[in-house]
Design a protein around this ligand. Structure first.
Ligand code: AMP
Ligand code: FE
Ligand code: FE
Ligand code: ZN
Length: 306
């Protein structure tokens, strides 16, 4: 346990993206924005990378907000892409590091292939897409969307997703990802706490119960039920499953900066659930808004950079 662990009181948002993956703000600025939005705690959960943790940590100290280091791990079950939010795992765990590197490589090659296909019909090159990414970022379709916007081939990211990037448009291709079960096992083995991200975007796409049971047995902690993309009828089913299997319920924004309409704090997680996550995790600890050596409450003798 850290020396100084303040009680959580909220509001708490456990799902955000920065330019380390497909968000539009730097990790530092995501944390700054979280403070400005009035959050007490924010998790940075970039896709398949922890590259943003260091500067998010600096921002947590500078702006006096609690940071929950996290990640959104890509997994795949047959044809369905399933995202696994993962909190407070050891970022140096060799197996998890190796797997996320494999996924990022696969994402990069897959993006190049999608762009090559689009390039047959539209004026779009791989260079255009690279111009929309920061060095080392996890590459995804949002970066291709940004390139399409820059080239005048789409109005916005969302419009690009509804058009050229939609799987029905014929350019889509999936990328390699481990199964959700392997994902849960990797995160748990790294001391982390796994939560299924936006698991109810359609009621008929909620993970089959027999599969969910296996994830629970492997250490799945919760379901992100409060998320704008979950439908009302899927949420109802998910609440039943959460009760039946003793899963925690989380709520989050899935903030991507200007890349999506989702606003910080539009959905939140209870202080009780965050406390359970912190107690359960053994990989790393939250970044609290006081120096590690201090025991003073936040606000006393803390260097503050506006
Ligand atoms: P990918 O992982 O490369 O297949 O791209 C999926 C990512 O694109 C997800 O992380 C979403 O956050 C993002 N995304 C999906 N739909 C949209 C949309 N309509 N507008 C903006 N971003 C989107
Ligand atoms: Fe994303
Ligand atoms: Fe996701
Ligand atoms: Zn996300």
């Amino acid at each position: 346990m850290p020396e100084y662990a303040p009680a959580f009181r909220g509001p708490i948002d456990l799902h955000t993206h920065s330019s380390a993956s497909d968000g539009t703000e730097t990790p530092y600025n995501v944390v700054r924005s979280a403070k400005e939005a009035g959050l007490q705690a924010v998790a940075l959960t970039d896709h398949d990378t922890t590259a943003g943790w260091a500067s998010a940590t600096a921002a947590a100290h500078d702006f006096e907000i609690t940071l929950i280091p996290g990640m959104e791990l890509s997994t795949r079950l047959d044809h369905a892409s399933i995202h696994l939010l993962s909190y407070l795992f050891d970022p140096a765990n060799p197996a998890l590091l190796a797997e996320t590197e494999t996924i990022r490589d696969a994402r990069l090659k897959r993006a190049e292939q999608i762009v090559a296909r689009i390039g047959r019909d539209y004026d779009l090159t791989w260079q255009d897409v690279l111009a929309q990414t920061t060095a080392g970022a996890t590459v995804g379709r949002p970066h291709i969307a940004d390139a399409l916007v820059a080239k005048g081939l789409a109005e916005t990211r969302s419009q690009a997703f509804q058009g050229i990037l939609h799987w029905r448009a014929g350019y889509f291709q999936p990328h390699y990802a481990p199964t959700p079960l392997v994902g849960v096992q990797l995160v748990v083995a790294a001391g982390g706490v796994p939560v299924l991200a936006h698991p109810g975007t359609r009621r008929d796409r909620v993970i089959p119960e027999v599969r969910l049971r296996k994830l629970v047995d492997a250490g799945l902690f919760g379901l992100e039920i409060e998320h704008r993309q979950n439908t009302p009828d899927a949420k109802e089913l998910l609440h039943e499953l959460a009760t039946k299997y003793g899963l925690a319920v989380t709520g989050s924004s899935d903030y991507h900066g200007e890349g999506k309409p989702n606003r910080l704090g539009e959905n939140t997680t209870s202080p009780e659930v965050l406390s359970q996550i912190v107690e359960r995790a053994t990989g790393t600890t939250p970044v609290y808004p006081v120096p590690a050596s201090g025991s003073a409450p936040a606000g006393d003798a803390v260097a503050h950079t506006p």
